[in-house]
Design a protein. Structure first.
Length: 222
């Protein structure tokens, strides 16, 4: 049973004649680009020696990546650290040497060579691999599609509720609030990459794009 209120001057029902729903949209898409962090870690008693060795190794790795068709613009330093290493013997700190860590972030546009990039890098001096990530370049266009799906989902929910209550729904929402957006890239967990190992197989999987909205609809009693 509904309490009847006359329509307002603009022909709309009063504010308390509202249906409020959430809408969700989701899409799985194929990635079209990837990135990976490749690290060169060197150690030496002398910091200058460690730096020189690290610099030579980094240059060798970069040259090997360029030979695969990766441009210099897609290779950049992600992290660079100089640390003193110590051993501990019966509570005493014993200086072991210096450790230089240089991590390159490499963007890869040809997904068919991701595994080859990792293998080539390891064969040329890389001893740390992490954060293999697959993404899409045009995230916004996919998100807009999913956002439209979320609005349509809200409309369908409102129609279902109105039909169940036997009331007349005004299908254009009076209010739509965009909620959170999610573009979930695909990560491959870092593993052990050893020189001489079999070819590394890295599969891109799929990326999930999500959107949600809150929508309010007027309805009229029949």
């Amino acid at each position: 049973m509904y309490n009847y209120h006359p329509l307002s001057r603009n022909g709309l029902p009063p504010k308390d004649y509202l249906i409020k729903v959430s809408g969700e949209g989701e899409m799985a898409i194929q990635p079209d680009s990837a990135s990976v962090n490749l690290g060169i870690i060197t150690e030496s008693k002398q910091v200058i020696t460690a730096q020189q060795q690290n610099s030579l190794e980094v240059t060798k790795v970069i040259d090997s990546l360029i030979s695969l068709g990766i441009t210099k613009n897609n290779i950049q330093t992600f992290d660079y650290r100089i640390e003193a290493d110590y051993d501990y013997d019966q509570g005493k700190q014993i200086f072991r040497g210096y450790k230089i860590t240089h991590i390159l972030q490499v963007k890869i546009e040809d997904l068919s060579i991701v595994g080859k990039v990792v293998d080539t890098a390891v064969q040329n001096g890389v001893n740390y691999v992490s954060n293999v990530q697959f993404t899409v370049k045009n995230k916004e266009s996919f998100y807009k599609q999913v956002l439209g799906m979320a609005v349509n989902n809200a409309i369908e929910k409102a129609k279902t509720i109105a039909g169940t209550l036997n009331v007349s729904l005004i299908p254009t929402p009076r209010l739509v609030i965009e909620g959170g957006r999610t573009v979930q890239p695909v990560f491959n967990q870092p593993g052990a990459f050893v020189k001489g190992a079999a070819s590394t197989q890295i599969e891109p999987g799929q990326i999930t794009v999500k959107a949600d909205v809150i929508a309010e609809f007027h309805f009229k009693p029949l």
